[in-house]
Design a protein around this ligand. Structure first.
Ligand code: MF3
Ligand code: CO
Length: 250
């Protein structure tokens, strides 16, 4: 069942999203060649706690960290470690907070120093794919309209969406109904109603490979590698259309 949020619930979700946005902004400012991903994780956790929140990812199904740091071919759920970020890396940062009984969750992809023009293209297409998905979150549309908008946009630009992971509803739980795949048929799925709040999260890869999870039990990569990018935004369906609560990219 897809929960409809009241005005006061939406108010808390909006506040959490804004706080999480400024937290990730601060973390992104620390991304430079030589920084370890564990130091980014520690900083994110400190900022979350300072905002009277709890790291939403930590201990979620055994996940060990507050941040997901997915580098280059890693699609999502990369675990922070002593690994350092290098010039030319493509780094996805995903963060979540629980605060006042509600969650916020979003992600961005940043590039470090000089990257190839193909990598630039991949990142900007993924960012734009999030925009086209968010635009569909209008009462009266259906979930398949979001999925189709993202999938067709990415495919037309010569990249591939990851099919094994999905966007989701969010509220008192980090993951609520519905699941929102990044590919699908228009005019299918549940009808979007005012008060629904979703996380839309296109994951895009260079090559048409399936996704495998590494031995750490979390890090998702395309089989045989290939660069990938991930952006996530939180959006509420309102009578005026989509209200973006927070998003990665622009
Ligand atoms: N943004 C991701 C999601 O929505 C983050 C989950 S990481 C986890 O699923 F560790 F908490 F699973
Ligand atoms: Co999410």
């Amino acid at each position: 069942m897809i929960e409809l949020k009241s005005g006061s619930e939406l108010e808390i979700l909006r506040e959490n999203a804004t706080i999480l946005g400024s937290i990730l902004d601060k973390v992104v400012k620390r991304v430079k060649p030589g920084v370890t991903t564990i130091s980014l994780d520690e900083y994110a956790e400190q900022l979350i706690v300072e905002a009277d929140g709890k790291p939403a990812f930590k201990n979620y199904r055994g996940y060990p960290s507050s941040l997901c740091t997915s580098i280059n071919e890693e699609i999502v759920h990369g675990i922070p470690s002593e690994r350092t970020v290098y010039d030319g890396d493509v780094l996805s940062l995903d963060v979540g907070i629980e605060r006042r009984g509600f969650f916020a969750d979003f992600a961005t992809t940043v590039t470090v120093g000089e990257i190839s023009s193909q990598a630039k293209d991949l990142v900007s297409v993924t960012n734009e794919a999030l925009s086209v998905g968010l635009e569909q979150v209008c009462p009266g549309n259906r979930i398949g309209d979001i999925s189709h908008a993202i999938g067709s946009f990415v495919e037309e630009r010569g990249f591939y969406v990851v099919k094994e992971f999905v966007g989701h509803g969010i509220g008192r739980n980090m993951h609520e109904d519905p699941q929102i795949p990044n590919y699908g048929e228009p005019n299918t799925g549940k009808r979007i109603k005012k008060g629904m709040v979703f996380c839309i999260e296109p994951m895009v890869k260079m090559d048409d490979k399936s996704t495998v999870v590494l031995d750490d039990g979390w890090t998702a990569v395309p089989a045989d590698g290939g660069l990938s990018a991930h952006f996530e935004g939180m959006v509420a369906a309102t009578s005026d259309g989509p209200e973006v609560l927070v998003r990665g990219g622009s």
